[in-house]
Ligand binder design. Structure first.
Ligand SMILES: [Zn+2]
Length: 67
């Protein structure tokens, strides 16, 4: 979770014990789920493409060694 302050634009991983902003003491602090907010997870097709390219490379090296 990440904390965002609406008054002073504070953003950080810690909030006050009573839910107040640690920077300015305002109570207009909102919590947001960290995933998808500013660092989206890598897309699944990228992992598939990476695995495919590695497999292609290994196959080509093996083919080169055997012929
Ligand atoms: Zn604040």
């Amino acid at each position: 979770m990440k904390y965002y302050c609406n008054d002073c634009s504070y953003s950080g991983k810690t909030g006050g014990p009573a839910g107040e902003c640690p920077a300015c003491g305002s109570y207009s602090l909102v919590r947001r789920a960290q995933q998808g907010a500013d660092s989206p997870a890598p897309a699944r097709w990228r992992l598939v493409l990476l695995a495919g390219l590695w497999g292609y490379l290994i196959v080509m090296v093996a083919w080169k060694l055997l012929h």
